[in-house]
Design a protein. Structure first.
Length: 327
């Protein structure tokens, strides 16, 4: 029994799964059965990849011990850049490659400045938040440009797969989630990420290239944010300069709710996905239940605080449990 309890306490993402199940039941009741309807599930799962991909990248960076508050602005900058390149008759895949390179450059700058000048990543990326958002507005001319929809392979990004629940973006989301999970749990780089975030001095003394590990996480976080924003713009068919505002706060909340430690070193990709799904469920469930949508931020804020307190208590309690020696 103690062994099972210890396993549970050491995996706080399981608490997120339990809360998710409870909320689904509550919203199903309050919405008179509409919440789990086919059309509503299509809406929830259709939007999940856009938030989920950002959260996965953010979670990896948090596990590595850093933050990136610029993800919301990068979320808008890449699709705006891609839209303008498509309007200039650039081939689609070339525009996507350059857009991802721009995101990688922003991530590299965030990491390089943070690590070279020993500045907290919170401050570095806060500055980049304003820089990237300003660049998005400037290059757009203040108005959303037309999107060359005919040049975009919708079947690869936003179209529904057959008559089912899922968009093509969900396939990208699953592929990225599997890749990130394998990276974190089955590779040396994943062990380095957790060691760098949880035991920096020990990681350095073991010869782990902590600087390169952190730079890689910064770059991956920015690229996932830009790609997710591009997918959203392809779905909306309008590159709005304002998309992604406050998204960085949702990413922090989703990661923390999913069991990622603010201090680094602890967390899973699965937990981050659970956190992102919880946010989507709360947002959608409040609307269907005819509860004032202004309570959404209140609910997410409260859940984030409770998650931090609960996760801290779970880990502290887990350390106090001593498994009995088997004969």
């Amino acid at each position: 029994m103690k062994r099972l309890l210890k396993i549970y306490l050491e995996k706080p993402e399981l608490a997120g799964v339990l809360l998710l199940l409870i909320l689904i039941c509550v919203f199903q009741f309050l919405s008179h059965g509409i919440f789990l309807s086919l059309q509503n599930l299509r809406g929830i799962l259709g939007l999940l990849p856009e938030v989920g991909m950002v959260t996965i990248g953010f979670a990896l960076l948090m596990i590595c011990g850093e933050f990136d508050l610029s993800v919301g602005s990068v979320f808008a900058l890449m699709p705006m850049s891609v839209a303008l390149m498509l309007n200039a008759d650039m081939p689609f895949w070339a525009a996507m490659a350059i857009g991802l390179a721009i995101c990688a450059g922003i991530g590299f700058l965030n990491g390089f400045i943070t690590l070279t000048f020993a500045i907290p990543s919170f401050i570095t990326t806060l500055g980049m938040l304003f820089i990237a958002r300003s660049l998005t507005v400037v290059i757009s001319g203040g108005f959303p440009p037309l999107l060359a929809v005919d040049k975009i392979p919708a079947s690869l990004f936003t179209a529904f797969i057959g008559d089912g629940l899922l968009r093509a973006s969900f396939v990208w989301f699953v592929a990225i989630a599997v890749f990130a999970s394998v990276l974190l749990t089955m590779t040396n780089l994943g062990n380095w990420i957790k060691s760098t975030g949880g035991f920096l001095e020990a990681a350095m003394s073991m010869g782990i290239p902590v600087r390169s590990v952190k730079l890689a996480c910064f770059i991956l976080c920015s690229m996932l944010a830009g790609f997710a924003g591009t997918v959203q713009v392809f779905r909306l068919q309008s590159p709005l300069p304002s998309i992604g505002e406050s998204l960085e706060l949702q990413a922090v909340a989703a990661a923390v709710i999913g069991g990622v430690a603010l201090t680094g070193g602890v967390g899973t990709v699965f937990g981050a996905i659970v956190g992102a799904l919880l946010i989507r469920v709360i947002d959608n469930g409040l609307v269907l239940s005819r509860i004032d949508a202004n309570w959404f931020k209140f609910a997410i804020g409260t859940l984030t605080i409770l998650a931090v307190i609960g996760n801290s208590w779970l880990r502290r309690t887990a350390r106090q449990i001593r498994l009995e020696q088997r004969p």
